[in-house]
Ligand binder design. Structure first.
Ligand code: AMP
Length: 196
């Protein structure tokens, strides 16, 4: 069995998940595991996986569940995740939730909390366009951004209710400075009994 803290971070694209994930991971001394980063690394290194997922990511679609689930299950088996982890951007579909439930039930203690970084869609589209100008991500053109938002609304937003029903949801307003949002998340987690 494991100890440590097991967290999920969900929210619309552009809500600031990546930035908050690394800060929270440091605060809780757990690895931040981002499926988006894993896929982007594979694309950059032109691995077999990278070649398979590049066009899917560029179009703003979700990578198929079987591929995504296998990657996360492997990553969670690495030694550094045995004492807790923060999953950023996974699970995003009902099938991914079912697979994570299965992996956790077999090999880990349950999740401590699911942090939702809430943000207004128009605000995050504006943020993503700014990031596109700064970093030039292939999936950050306006059309793709809007598509990613609609994929999120259709496939991932419904998971919020599920985590709420499980009593795991910690909802935080994502508007504000990076420091403000981090502090808000840590306070909300502490109020839910999850302390760094
Ligand atoms: P992110 O950086 O988390 O926004 O992820 C970037 C892209 O990677 C997404 O638009 C998807 O194409 C893919 N991706 C990341 N995580 C997942 C996931 N859990 N399920 C399916 N596709 C994902």
């Amino acid at each position: 069995m494991t100890s440590g803290t097991r967290l999920l971070l969900i929210g619309p694209p552009g809500a600031g998940k990546g930035t908050q994930a690394s800060r929270l991971a440091s605060a809780f001394a757990v690895p931040a595991i981002s499926t988006g980063d894993i896929f982007r690394d594979n694309v950059a290194n032109q691995t077999e996986l990278g070649l398979k997922v590049k066009s899917i990511m560029d179009a703003g679609e979700y990578v198929p569940d079987d591929i995504t689930n296998a990657i996360v299950a492997d990553r969670l088996r690495e030694p550094d995740a045995k004492n807790g982890f923060l999953l950023d951007g996974y699970p995003r579909t009902p099938d991914q939730v079912a697979e994570l439930d299965r992996v956790l039930a077999a090999e880990y203690e349950p999740l401590n909390a699911v942090v939702l970084i809430d943000a207004d869609p128009e605000e995050v589209v504006a943020r993503l366009l700014k990031r596109a100008a700064e970093q030039g991500r292939a999936d950050d053109t306006e059309g793709v951004i809007r598509h990613r938002m609609s994929v999120y609304s259709a496939q991932t937003a419904p998971l919020i209710d599920l985590f709420e029903e499980r009593g795991l949801l910690v909802r935080v307003d994502g508007l504000g400075s990076v420091d403000e949002v981090t502090e808000r998340i840590l306070n909300a987690l502490a109020a839910a009994g999850v302390v760094a």
